[in-house]
Structures are given as C-alpha cells and as structure tokens.
Write a protein that binds this ligand. Structure first.
Ligand code: AMP
Length: 647
C-alpha cells in the first residue's frame, strides 16, 4: 500500500481559504526598531546561499564545536543526502559543556514551572551535572552508542535531562508524547526496539493527576527486549499504592543515580549518527519514525535559533510546546541550549487554571520571545482581550507561530493584543517533524501578510508544482516541494527506507512535503493544508488511518472512515463514520464506548469529536472509501463529481 496518495485537488476547505486569501489581507508592517536588530540579513544571506550553497552551510557549521572537521559539506544522491561527512561531534558538548566553560556557567538554562506551581531553575552548570549523572545510569544499564531509549514523560526537566543524557553517550532517544495511548506507545517502543523506557508515573493535566505508568506497564508487558523501565515519580510518594514497582526491571529515576557521578565523557559521533527518532503520523496507520542526524540537525537548529527566532543573550524565551513534538526537540532543547539561551517551560494546558496564566507567566519572567501554536492563540482569543491587557507584556517583542495555518483573525488579534505593548511582531513559520526548523517564514525585516507564512529562508529551494513537477503560476494552488535538501532534514524513516524514499518519489528529485500551497508574485507562500489523508488537530498531525484502524479494533465496528472538519479553535476536529458489525445493537452507551476505546488506544488528541453510525460508506468501484464525499456531506457542500462512486 503506498504511504500516501497525494492530491493536488484542493479540499473544499482549502479552496475556501484560497478564495479568501486572493481577496487580500492588509499587510502588517514590521516595526523599524525590530527590523534594525534582526539577526538575519535575508537578501544578503539568500544571495550568499545561491552563490555557494556548500559554503553557506559550512559557515553555519563553524558555529559549533567539532571533534573532527568534516571533509565534505553535502553529498546528495537523491533521495539520500549526507551532511558534514568526516565530521565528528557530540550534541551535548555543544548544548552544555561549551557554556559551562564560559561566562554562561551560572546562567539559567532552563526555568521550569509545574502545573501545580512548583518552580525549578537549572543553570548550565546544574544541567551538566544532572545530564551526566543520568548518562552514567544509562551506561550502567548497558545502554550503548546507537541503542534506543524511549521517553514517555510530560514537560518536566527530567524529560529534557533524559534526552541530553542519551545524546551524551550517543544513544538515540525517541520521545513519545505523554498524551498518547497504550497502542501508540507500544507500536513506537516496538518499532524503535528500545532497550530502556524512561517514564513518569503521572502527568498533571487540568489539576488532575493522570496516571501514565499503567499505560507503560501495558505497553511493555509482552516486550521482552525492554531491559529496564525507569520511573520518574512525578505524582506518587512512598506509601502510595502507585509507588510500588511491578517487576525487577523497574527503577526509580533518582534512586539509581549516584550523587557524585557528575562527569561522563561525551561520546564523539559521526555527523550522520542519528540523534533521535521522532514518530509522526503517516497515512498507513503505522507510525513513521523520522530520523534526524546529529551534525546537520544541530547546525540547522543552532543557526535558526538566532537567525529566525532572534533569541538574544539576555532574553527569556518561552516555548509553549512539549518535548513530545519536534518543536520541543528543536526549540526547547537543542536549538536554544546550543546558543546558550534561557528557556522557560511550563507543564500543563495553556489555559489552566485560567487563560490569564500565560500572561501572568510572561509578565513575571519578562518573556521576550515566545513560540506557540495557532490553536493556542485562537483559544486565548476566544476568552477576549481583557486578560492579556491586564498584564505587562511590554518585553514581548517576537511571537512565533507554527504547526498549522495561522488564520488572519488570530494573527491580527495576537499582533494587536499580545505584542503591541512592546511594539513587537507576530511571525508565522512553516516546517514539519521531517524538516525540524523553519524553512518558510516571516522576519522582522519584511512585512507580515496574514494568511501567508512568508518567504523561503536562505538556502531553502522551495516551489509550488503540479503533479508532474512543473511549477504552477503564482496565485494557483499546487504541491509544496523542496528541490534541494537541508542539513536539518530527515535522513530516513527508522526501519523503513522505502517509506523515506516515498518523500522523494511523488515528484522525482524533489522532497514533497505533503502540503498544498500557493505562492504570490512577491514570493510569499501560503500553506493551505495537507494534500494527503492526514489531519491537523490543534497543531498535531493525526493520520486518518490511525483513527480508522483503532475504531476497527473495537468489537462493534465493521467499517470506519474519518475526516477532518473545520474547528474554530483546533483548526480541525475529527469526525468518524462507522458501520457496525451485523447484529450489533446501537445502544445508548455505544458512542461513548467507541470514543473511550480510541482515547485509550491512541490518546486524547486522536479521539473523534463526533461519531456517526451509517448503514454503509461511499466507496469507489475498487472499494476505496471516498472520504471527500463524506466531508462535503458533513459540511453541507456540493460533493462534486460522483461518477467514481460504486453506488
Ligand atoms: P508536524 O510535523 O506534526 O509539525 O506537522 C507538520 C504539518 O503542519 C505541515 O505539513 C503542515 O501541514 C502543518 N503546518 C506546520 N506549520 C504550518 C504553518 N505555519 N502554516 C500552515 N501549516 C503548517
């Protein structure tokens, strides 16, 4: 089965977005003072990259500490690309050691605020000790360079420390978002072949202690290759029922550390050695392990932390994302720490206990640069402008938004309400788990055009093409492709090279992002949504196939189809259609039981908002479910050409 069936035929919602874009939105002028201090000279850097792409990236790579210098910058034999071959380095030397040996030694690296109000600050020096102590634990447990460690933890410092500890010894971490259900977690541990799983016992969510450990217990029960499960006690105390361990392979995160074990020699790895695997949704229902390579990835995120996010030495930078997503990897951990920044992170929902929690935090810490998702902006916007206006947000000069289309209304609101006190700017940026950092975006040196992401960053060769790979005229929708690789792009899909090759096969010689986009005559891109069966719910990518197969695992379900419907806050919401097995009674508890089943299986983010029971599903003569038809029907729109339907 092909991984995805790309279509340049825009969905009804994408067409509507394009129509409203074409009407034009008034641009937002960047403030002159912000433009003046912009860390990137976009035209000059673009010209430099065009004249000598290798030279451009070699210059960026010079910003890192290498144990051995590379012999070649890029070897590109589509679909494969290797960067900085011959080079050797360790990611944590670049994120921690170099600062510990400088005036930043006692600078705050990480400020953490728990949902329950607990606060902890980690200087670079403290992070060095904690990372090494845990790296030594992993070594004692037999973890070697190249081994995989799965991390299933909420946004707690121990999660960041575990990621760094893995990188210290060249182990490959794979963080699984702590909202994922048993089946999703198990599939990822299995695919990665993880020797060790590091988890928390609980996560705090909206004031409730949600247990994580039972999910882990269930996921690893039959996986004999998992040698150790290390549990960070976030919510249980000695004497609690949950404090007890189930088996000998379980250990306490802190008890197994040796207090004085604060040095651990960094393992120098090849530039192409995988730093991490991060699973994302494709269209087949099998998770896709995106592999990023140490050297190129670090070069990219180190460069972009300053050049795109404009993080300066004295700034407080706050990302509302989570280590379970690519933003958390690139712009909570590796990018900002590699430049010696101070990163603020907060556990919990951005509107709990109330929507003002974000602005109280921004005021108290004097946040200068913030990263969030459009879905969070829309949520704050729905609560009105009064809450943010009560707080001093005058230090906030840059608000970067990514993960899904930023609708003009939310963009304008954030510009007027959130960054106006400091005469700052909202900047949209487009990227993916596979690309690890902004490649299209808006900078303070040019105007923002709401509804459009912005322009290609220097060194990025983007295009909008038709199915044959021919560029489409400006103003017309097509597939978004990159015609050149980037150092911070995925190298392969773990255990599945054919699936990696598919990214480069749809449009031969190009990386096809799977998104529909449109470019205007001034080179601004708008990304209208996916061109495959992948949904974007609250900025999280969910394959329709994941939800459909989960529903099929419920004993009452014979057939299922899933579509995304527009949602004012989350961007898209999941609607499922199911056909019941013959003889299954459609009792009152059935819909709740189906929803609970998916929640348990995949996690809350993949739970359908609405489930409709049908007698049959529309199919082509070859038996493929026509989701386009279901979606149009659900929206009360014209379903278009129905000649391919069987019935
Ligand atoms: P993920 O890999 O989960 O971060 O999801 C990446 C997908 O999110 C992309 O392929 C796009 O469909 C969407 N996306 C990310 N950033 C933007 C943006 N700024 N504008 C529009 N869509 C975006």
């Amino acid at each position: 089965m092909p991984d995805r069936a790309l279509s340049v035929d825009m969905s009804v919602t994408q067409q509507a977005t394009l129509q409203s874009l074409l009407k034009g939105e008034a641009p937002i002028q960047a403030p002159a003072w912000l433009a003046q201090q912009c860390a990137m000279d976009h035209p000059a850097e673009t010209a430099k990259a065009e004249a000598d792409l290798d030279g451009f990236w070699a210059e960026k790579a010079e910003a890192l500490d290498w144990d051995a210098k590379w012999t070649s910058v890029l070897r590109f034999e589509p679909p494969n690309h290797a960067w900085f071959e011959g080079g050797r380095l360790n990611a944590t030397v670049n994120c921690i050691d170099r600062h510990v040996h400088s005036d930043r030694r006692n600078k705050a690296a990480l400020i953490w605020v728990g949902e329950d109000g607990e606060e902890r600050t980690y200087t670079y020096n403290r992070l060095y000790r904690e990372m090494n102590r845990f790296a030594n634990v992993l070594k004692r447990m037999g973890v070697e360079t190249g081994d995989r460690v799965v991390i299933y933890m909420p946004l707690v410092p121990e999660g960041v420390i575990t990621m760094l500890a893995c990188a210290r010894i060249g182990a490959i971490h794979s963080v699984v978002y702590a909202g994922m259900g048993t089946n999703s977690l198990k599939a990822r541990i299995e695919d990665a072949g993880a020797k060790v799983v590091v988890c928390s016992d609980f996560v705090f969510r909206r004031g409730k202690k949600v247990p994580l450990k039972p999910t882990v217990d269930e996921a690893v029960r039959d996986l004999s290759f998992v040698d150790h499960v290390i549990v960070h006690r976030r919510g249980s105390r000695p004497g609690d029922e949950e404090y007890r361990f189930e088996s000998e392979r379980e250990h306490d995160f802190y008890d197994i550390q040796q207090p004085r074990d604060i040095h651990c020699d960094p393992v120098s790895v090849d530039a192409e050695h995988p730093l991490f695997i991060l699973y994302t949704s494709g269209t087949t229902g099998k998770p896709k392990g995106v592999v990023h390579a140490t050297g190129g990835y670090l070069v990219g995120v180190n460069y972009l932390a300053t050049a795109f996010f404009q993080i300066q030495e004295r700034d407080i930078y706050w990302s509302t994302s989570d280590i379970g997503w690519i933003v958390g990897h690139s712009f909570i951990v590796y990018g900002p720490l590699s430049i010696g920044a101070t990163v603020l992170i907060r556990e919990g929902a951005p509107d709990y206990p109330g929507p003002e929690v974000a602005w109280e935090l921004a005021e108290r810490f004097g946040v200068n640069v913030m990263f969030t998702a459009p879905t969070a902006l829309r949520m704050w916007m729905s609560h009105g402008s009064e809450a943010p206006s009560r707080f001093d947000l005058s230090r906030l000069r840059l608000l970067a938004c990514a993960g899904e289309p930023l609708n003009p209304e939310a963009h304008r609101w954030a510009q007027q309400v959130l960054v106006s006190q400091g005469n700052g700017m909202v900047v949209d940026n487009w990227w993916q788990t596979e690309i690890a950092g902004p490649v299209l975006g808006t900078l303070p040196t040019f105007e923002a055009r709401p509804g459009r992401v912005g322009k290609p960053m220097p060194g990025v060769h983007a295009a909008v093409v038709d199915r044959t790979g021919q560029p489409v005229p400006d103003g017309q929708g097509g597939l978004l492709v990159l015609t050149q690789p980037l150092p911070h792009m995925l190298r392969t899909v773990w255990n599945d090279p054919a699936r990696y090759e598919a990214y480069w096969e749809d449009i031969p010689g190009c990386y096809c992002a799977g998104d529909v986009a449109v470019k205007d005559a001034d080179g601004y891109y708008a990304v209208l949504g996916r061109s495959d069966d992948v949904l974007n719910v609250a900025g999280h990518r969910i394959g329709t196939a994941d939800v459909e197969s989960s529903l099929l695992r419920h004993p009452a379900v014979a057939e299922s189809a899933v579509v995304g419907l527009p949602d004012p806050i989350k961007g898209e919401s999941i609607k499922a259609f199911v056909v019941l097995r013959p003889g299954t009674p459609h009792g009152p508890g059935l819909l709740a039981s189906l929803r609970d089943h998916v929640r348990e299986d995949l996690g809350p983010i993949a739970t359908p908002a609405d489930i409709e029971i049908r007698d049959s599903l529309p199919k082509t003569r070859s038996g493929k479910i026509v989701r386009r038809y279901l979606k149009a029907q659900a929206l009360g729109l014209d379903p278009g050409d129905l000649s391919t339907l069987a019935d």
